[in-house]
Design a protein. Structure first.
Length: 116
């Protein structure tokens, strides 16, 4: 497995481009077919596959057309809160007490107009 932190930004773009090309070829799609499916131009697809800078929107559009949006799943995972962090938060931000009427509170039936 490649140490992604050891790669330059341009090397990462080149790697992403190679992976996009592998996914496209694996689905037996031409660049033109992927362009049509994604709403981009064939030139944009070629530029992405060759590791040229592109917009994040274009990347999302291509990944959607390739049914590979799953590569973003890690970004959208909710991180669990540790019990210690939750306890420390509760100490710093105590829950406010709410005023409320009890179940035995007087009702309109208990009210008497004659009582002043």
């Amino acid at each position: 497995m490649t140490d992604i932190y050891a790669l330059t930004d341009n090397a990462i773009l080149a790697q992403i481009g190679q992976e996009l090309k592998k996914a496209r070829v694996g689905q037996n799609l031409s660049q033109q077919a992927l362009a049509s499916a994604s709403g981009l131009s064939a030139f944009s697809i070629s530029q992405m596959e060759n590791g040229h800078n592109t917009s994040l929107m274009s990347l999302v559009m291509v990944l959607r057309a390739l049914n590979r949006l799953d590569v973003f799943e890690e970004l959208f995972k909710e991180k669990p809160i540790s019990p210690i962090a939750l306890s420390e938060y509760a100490k710093k931000h105590p829950q406010r007490k709410r005023a409320y009427k009890s179940a035995k509170a007087s009702t309109t039936d208990d009210f008497n107009w004659d009582n002043d």
